[in-house]
Design a protein. Structure first.
Lengths: 293, 124
């Protein structure tokens, strides 16, 4: 995500071209080394242990290192050492830009200052960007009013990165009065109150999401295509409710819907997140539901 | 039973059924039938008597837990593996208590589901 966020800034300000950004990111994708691979190569995990953690990671919204520590296979210090070897995506991206001669090392501070000012970030928030970690970057793009919806939004974005496109990135989210009515699939998560969330079309991003997830080329956003997005939404919401259940909160998931959402939406409690898959955009919207009588 | 494992898939999502069908057929299993809700699954089970059922939980009309209960009442030896996005421990425990052979959380990995289904059929 950090590569697209910074890379787009460099393209918008004329420092690099779209093509150059594409090439750098493509090269990074082919050379990014998985944590499990490094751990096995270093003799810190067996192949079986690494495979076990990879399998668990498929159905848990947790990082490889977190699961490895929970299983007792690695310590926190060992995970930190592995992460260092893997490389901070921000550092590897900027290194790649310098190596390609697209920017100069001595210009980085100035570029970052300009980026920070353009986006209204504080120094602390810029540090979060430079961490390269999705978990630290996503909250920077969410409005303070999003409140409890933050955790759900983070889970959905991470799921998209894992299951659809590792270069998924988001734009500045905003609170809105309107919940999407057309070209959307939604799902309600119910407890004393609840949340309803949905994917809706922007400029082709939802169709791309549907096709990629289903491994099928949908020519248009028909019911078969939307079913794919509904299933992805279901998986992401499932990860969210599973995490909450471990914290002692139980939510009921309602089957995805393609029309009116189930439940009454609280006025003023709708958060819309623009999501980008390449150049195409879709929206993820989350809204709080009124308490049931 | 024969050499080929006959599986009945139950899920309201066409995408989920398709992805699962592709994985299981690739692994040499036969898809005996596909149901889109729990009620359909129960009726289809009585007709097809598959070796194993994969059952989603969150479905319209009748959910997977209710369908599991009916199928197990119909056939005490029925093998049903729950396949659900809702991976809460309470749901898993409830399903196992009602007779589910195993519980896999979505999104699932191909190798894991094939191994699980084979183990369940083999009685492991």
């Amino acid at each position: 995500m950090v590569e697209k966020i910074l890379g787009n800034f460099l393209v918008e300000t004329g420092r690099i071209s779209e093509e150059q950004l594409k090439e750098i990111i493509q090269k990074q994708d082919t050379t990014r080394v998985k944590l499990g691979f490094i751990a096995v190569a270093q003799g810190m995990l067996t192949v079986d242990q690494a495979n076990e953690i990879n399998r668990l990671q498929q159905s848990m919204d947790k990082r490889f290192g977190t699961i490895a520590v929970e299983k007792g296979y690695l310590t926190d210090d060992q995970v930190d050492a592995l992460l260092e070897k893997q490389g901070n995506p921000y550092l590897t991206f900027t290194q790649a830009l310098v190596d390609a001669g697209l920017i100069q090392m001595e210009d980085m501070d100035g570029l970052l200052r300009e980026f920070r000012e353009k986006n209204g970030f504080t120094e602390e928030q810029l540090t979060d960007i430079r961490s390269g970690e999705t978990d630290r970057i996503v909250p920077l793009y969410l409005p303070a009013e999003a409140g409890e919806m933050n955790q759900l939004i983070g889970t959905v974005i991470r799921t998209l990165i894992r299951l659809v496109d590792r270069n998924t990135y988001i734009g500045k989210a905003y609170m809105t009065k309107d919940f999407p009515q057309e070209k959307q699939v939604n799902q309600s998560l119910i407890w004393e109150s609840g949340i309803v969330d949905c994917f809706s079309e922007g400029n082709g991003g939802l169709l791309t999401l549907c096709s990629t997830f289903a491994h099928e080329d949908f020519p248009e956003l028909d019911m078969d295509a939307l079913d794919s997005a509904g299933e992805l939404l279901n998986c992401a919401n499932g990860l969210f409710v599973s995490a909450l259940s471990r914290q002692g909160e139980f939510l009921e998931i309602i089957p995805p819907s393609y029309g009116e959402p189930e439940g009454e939406i609280k006025e003023g409690r709708i958060c819309c997140v623009p999501i980008f898959l390449g150049e195409q955009q879709l929206f993820f919207t989350a809204a709080e539901l009124e308490q049931e009588d | 039973m024969g050499d080929v494992i006959r599986v009945m898939i139950c899920d309201d999502s066409r995408t989920s059924r398709k992805l699962l069908r592709n994985i299981l057929e690739e692994a040499g299993m036969e898809i005996a039938g596909e149901a889109t809700n729990g009620e359909e699954a129960y009726l289809m089970y009585k007709e097809l008597r598959p070796d194993l059922v994969t059952m989603d939980i969150t479905m319209p009309k009748m959910d997977g837990v209710e369908a599991l209960t009916l199928i197990r009442k119909e056939d005490a030896n029925a093998k049903v593996v729950m396949l659900s996005a809702a991976g809460q421990k309470e749901k898993m425990v409830d399903a196992i208590r009602r007779g589910a052979s195993d519980f896999i959380t979505k999104p699932f990995e191909a190798d894991k589901i094939v191994k699980t289904l084979k183990d369940v059929v083999a009685g492991e």
